[in-house]
Design a binder for this molecule. Structure first.
Ligand code: FAD
Ligand code: SIN
Length: 549
């Protein structure tokens, strides 16, 4: 049994994890990067619309800041919003320098930093300010970053390694300094659990939308980092704010195929099955209202009319325009038998983004010393009660840079070597007798989260979900205690924690605000307040005290 040691352990290879690795690699820092699937598999790879940034002379930071606050329903932390919005042009410049090719305006040519980029529009933005690479921005960003990170000699990339739990002072005899020393991870190919020690640990594990039956997210989004941090004693905030994307292709085999908001930004309208438009009855910005409003309006119209879906229609634009702007989305629709250039396509809302997460400051620091959280797994205060479209990749990029700066400072300090870390103990467990328990519980959890903790909530539905999750957790704990772990079980255990935290936050909020809408309390309270959950093993002498700044 050995401990794999490095200066920094990064868990997750999305936009957050890769940017951080790249930022840190300028120094002589040894990094281990774990990814539970292939390196690039995660939400970042599938991002479509783009990255919000003030890049146009007619636009300004105050406007982007105001739009972010408006979408966030008075719950965004102003310091977080300002830092991230004002950091956007530099972050985009960094990506361009790394080789990311954003779409140019018609007829323009590449000339490095001063190129004239096409900016698209998305819901809640009062200007065109979303820079993109056609309709596959995430792929362009993620694969460019991947190429750089793979070529770095000081980064050890371990794919198919799923982190299970953090190693903290609590697990070490005689230590009471409330810090993180590393993590245990399962090597999925060999079925062996390894111990990773590090002077700093970063959770960049993405969101938790797989807790829902219908989601735009890939299979990796099971909230592992959030659940691990909670178990390790960190506070978790605002989990009730689950963002449902309004337009996901409706087809039995499409498995969460997103239709970017940029399609509406470029003129698409939403229609009922009879062809009537309806968004103008719900908000003055109609199809370009903030996402929570559009998703709720669709949900309302579907329930009222008993429809399976509504329809998104951009067929009034020329075929050339549609294929030029949305080549990948058009191809994906065609795979399922829809021609978006000539017909409206059926769409439904689906779980898309986790606004809450590990409470972290603007350097990614969490309650636990030497544990950082960056990207969708974190909650910096940027998104408040509802994320503004295309602010997420931006947050990954800006916070990765400031976390790298903080970690660099930390590593400069003299310190004694890492203590001997306890190895994972498998002496009391056997191989699982049947896997059906795990797959059944996966399905049940995702279904009750969809039915009872979805777009429209009530206390009764939430209580029902709470009872179900507590029964599931009993079963999972028993199973976990008796059998050797595998990745399905690790993820199920985390999803159950995510469900518990989401329900707890939702029951705490006795009002409707942003993405949390409850029929029992339809109005917003006068003052906006965060929902912060504190674990039983929270160590009060170590908390960050500047959340959102
Ligand atoms: P991810 O990119 O999800 O990466 C998480 C990584 O962690 C993965 O490598 C995963 O394998 C790994 N991981 C997770 N758990 C473990 C574990 N236990 N052990 C080891 N590794 C683990 N945002 C925008 O700003 N603009 C957009 O246009 C946009 N479009 C989107 C379209 C889609 C379809 C989706 C799903 C999301 C979109 N978003 C968009 C949101 C945005 O893509 C994500 O919020 C962002 O990419 C999250 O980046 P991340 O690095 O935090 O996580
Ligand atoms: C989209 O392209 O609609 C997704 C953008 C986002 O989630 O920010």
């Amino acid at each position: 049994m050995t401990t794999h040691s490095s200066d920094v352990l990064i868990v997750g290879g999305g936009a957050a994890g890769l940017s951080l690795a790249l930022r840190l690699s300028q120094d002589d820092v040894s990094i281990t990067l774990l990814s539970k699937s292939e390196l690039t598999e995660g939400s970042s790879l599938y991002a479509q619309g783009g990255i919000a940034a003030v890049l146009d002379g007619d636009d300004n930071f105050e406007s982007h800041i105001q739009d972010t606050h408006t979408a966030g329903a008075d719950l965004c932390k102003d310091a977080a919003v300002r830092k991230i919005v004002e950091g956007a042009p530099k972050a985009i410049g960094w990506l361009v320098e790394k080789g990311v090719k954003f779409t140019l305006i018609d007829g323009a040519e590449y000339d490095g930093q001063d190129s004239e980029y096409h900016l698209t529009r998305e819901g809640g933005h009062s200007h065109r300010r979303v820079i993109h690479a056609k309709d596959a921005t995430g792929r362009e960003v993620e694969t460019t970053l991947e190429q750089h990170v793979r070529s770095l000699p000081n980064v050890t990339i371990l794919e198919n390694h799923i982190a299970i739990d953090l190693i903290t002072s609590e697990k070490l005899k005689g230590r009471s300094d409330s810090r993180c020393f590393g993590a245990y991870a399962l090597d999925i190919d060999t079925n062996k659990i390894k111990t990773f020690g590090a002077r700093a640990v970063v959770l960049s594990t993405g969101g938790a939308s797989k807790a829902y039956l219908y989601t735009t997210n890939p299979d990796t989004s099971t909230g592992d980092g959030i659940a691990m941090a909670w178990r390790a004693g960190c506070r978790i905030a605002n989990m009730e704010f689950v963002q449902f994307h309004p337009t996901c292709l409706y087809h039995p085999y499409a498995k969460g195929s997103l239709i970017s908001e940029a399609v509406r930004g470029e003129g698409a309208v939403l229609r009922l099955p009879n062809g009537d438009r309806f968004m103008d009855q719900h908000h003055e910005l109609a199809e370009l209202a903030p996402r929570d409003i559009v998703a709720r309006a669709i949900d309302y119209e579907m329930k009222k009319g008993g429809f399976d879906s509504v329809f998104l229609d951009i067929s009034h634009k020329s075929k050339e325009f549609i294929l030029d702007h949305f080549p990948n989305i058009a191809e994906s629709c065609e795979t399922y038998g829809y021609d978006m250039t000539s017909q409206p396509i059926p769409v439904v809302p689906a779980a898309h983004y986790t606004c809450g997460g590990i409470l972290s400051d603007l350097r990614g620091r969490t309650d636990l010393k030497r544990l950082y959280a960056v990207g969708e797994s974190s909650c910096t205060g940027l998104h408040g009660a509802n994320r503004l479209a295309s602010n997420s990749l931006l947050e990954c990029l800006v916070i990765a840079e400031s976390s790298a700066d903080d970690i660099r400072q930390l590593l400069k300090k003299e310190e004694s070597p890492l203590p001997k870390l306890p190895q994972w103990d498998e002496s009391q467990v056997s191989d699982p007798d049947e896997q059906i328990v795990v797959s059944h519980n996966w399905d049940e959890l995702r279904r009750f989260m969809w039915d009872y903790v979805g777009i429209v909530r009530t206390d009764k539905r939430l209580e029902r979900a709470r009872n179900r999750v507590s029964l599931l957790q009993e079963e999972i704990i028993e199973y976990y205690g008796n059998f050797r772990v595998n990745n399905d079980l690790i993820e199920l255990r985390n999803l159950a924690t995510i469900a518990e935290l989401t329900i707890e936050c939702a029951l705490t909020r006795k009002e409707s605000r942003g993405l949390h809408y409850t029929l029992d309390y339809p109005a917003s309270r006068e003052f906006a307040k965060d929902t912060i959950l504190t674990p039983n093993n929270f160590v009060s002498h170590a908390p960050i005290n500047e959340w959102g700044s």
